[in-house]
Ligand binder design. Structure first.
Ligand SMILES: [Zn+2]
Ligand SMILES: [Zn+2]
Length: 454
């Protein structure tokens, strides 16, 4: 078996590994490179022939893991895409949304490019391409080995990152390799804990937060409660920019919990994101993949993601009507404020000292969210200068990624397996590798294009 990192080596996005094995080649994930416009070209071509790939194994529905699948099928890949049923259903919404955003971006960019006499840019794929790709998805259950030709077996294990997420176990030629995908932390409420890893010869493991320790979940929920209490006291609105997948559902769950415990007053909450609304519906539909207590709530006919006064606002008119309200919580995308409805809400609330913006997720460099978190006194939204007078809160314990202690604890269960560290910034990955080596483990940092063997 040979393993070649295609993306997410020395970086966080573009997750993809090429696996050469009997009956292959296979691809583990086929993610989009995100965040750096100058590296856009990396998304346009594959360093292999898509038609030669026999199957894709998909760990989860985040765009940095599934975002190039429609290109793969568009360029001749005809094999099955194996993932959990929840991942398939989430991926459909995520990819359709990505196609829509790409179209809007290219129309916007191309107006400028046309005026500048530059070559126009086409979206990577259309909504039709996504629907075409969806026909190749094959849902699998957790912990149930899939037998492939040439005595290859693949098993998906719960990775506790987002709904439907899995780490993969691939057995071929007498060797066993684990691919962590993205790993979550134990003790969260919406998704189950990550499963313990089985013994293996090689483990390819993510390192997103390999040098950080998150605040505890309880501390973070308390910070959320305090921040919301402050705004209610000041008689303003709360804007929470949130990723549509997992973070929005987590927030609804915790707000419901705080409400039920009478720890927050009953002010209205708006989930103002068509994508979040659709994804939350998928969470409800896949109760079997939720944490046991959350599953039990659904079985009793209760909704873990809603409560009295919680409103979903799919239409633009409903969204605009929120501008007239006061004393409300607005959860909207995008999570880093780079687009989407949250920009409208920031425009209407950021200049008001009685309002608050609560950041509950990572804000990448060069984004509007990062500028606000870093203390900008003014920002530009829709060509207008907006003063930042609202109170800004940053809560960092809601991460869906395992932190350093959790990664080390999970990896410590992999026995004598060799470790290949990917999906993290180069220094972060190198720190984790150093720490693993100091405990006697054989660990190295994945390099793009290099061949690794178990
Ligand atoms: Zn992920
Ligand atoms: Zn990822």
């Amino acid at each position: 078996m040979k393993i070649v990192p295609i993306g997410a080596a020395h970086e966080v996005t573009g997750s993809s590994l090429l696996v050469e094995a009997p009956g292959g080649p296979f691809l583990i994930d086929c993610g989009l490179f995100q965040g750096n416009p100058t590296e856009e070209f990396k998304n346009r071509q594959f360093p292999f022939t898509p038609a030669s790939i026999k199957a894709v194994f998909l760990t989860h529905a985040h765009l940095d893991h599934c975002g190039r699948i429609p290109m793969l099928t568009g360029q001749g890949f005809r094999g099955p895409i194996y993932c959990t049923g929840a991942t398939r259903d989430l991926a459909q919404f995520i990819l359709l949304d990505s196609a829509k955003v790409q179209l809007e971006d290219s129309l916007h960019q191309n107006r400028k490019k046309n005026r500048a006499g530059e070559e126009v840019m086409l979206p990577l794929y259309s909504e039709e391409d996504v629907l075409y790709a969806m026909r190749q998805f094959h849902p699998l259950s957790y912990d149930t080995p899939l037998a492939l030709p040439d005595h290859i077996e693949m098993v998906m294990h719960q990775s506790g990152h987002i709904l439907g997420s899995a780490f993969l176990e691939l057995r071929a030629e007498g060797k066993r390799v684990l691919f962590s995908g993205d790993l979550g932390s134990p003790g969260r409420n919406v998704v189950p804990d990550p499963a313990d890893p089985p013994e293996a010869d090689l483990v390819v493991c993510e390192s997103t937060y390999g040098n950080r320790q998150h605040k505890t979940l309880d501390q973070s929920i308390e910070e959320l409660r305090e921040a919301i209490q402050w705004v209610y006291h000041a008689d303003g609105n709360v804007v929470i920019p949130a990723f549509a997948l997992e973070r929005s559902q987590d927030l609804l769950y915790y707000l419901r919990q705080l409400r039920q415990g009478k720890q927050l007053p009953a002010n209205p909450v708006y989930l103002d994101s068509p994508l979040s609304i659709n994804l939350t519906e998928v969470y409800r539909r896949h109760a079997e993949d939720l944490d046991q207590e959350t599953q039990a709530l659904l079985e009793r006919g209760e909704d873990p993601f809603s409560f009295p006064g919680c409103h979903s606002t799919p239409t633009a008119e409903q969204s605009k009507a929120i501008n007239e309200k006061n004393g409300v919580i607005i959860i909207a995308g995008s999570g880093m404020c780079q687009g989407g409805r949250v920009q409208h809400h920031l425009k209407h609330n950021l200049w008001r000292p009685e309002c608050a913006v609560i950041f509950v997720g990572y804000q990448a460099a060069m984004t509007l969210g990062r500028a606000i978190v870093d203390g900008a006194s003014k920002v530009h939204i829709f060509g207008e200068t907006i003063a930042v007078k609202a109170r800004i809160f940053t809560i960092n314990g809601f991460s869906a990624h395992a932190d350093r202690p959790t990664l080390l604890a999970w990896l410590s269960k992999t026995g004598k397996a060799r470790l290949l560290i990917n999906h993290g910034e180069a220094e972060v990955g190198a720190q984790l590798v150093g720490e693993l080596r100091s405990t006697g483990r054989q660990a190295e940092l994945a390099q793009p294009g290099v061949v690794y063997q178990p």
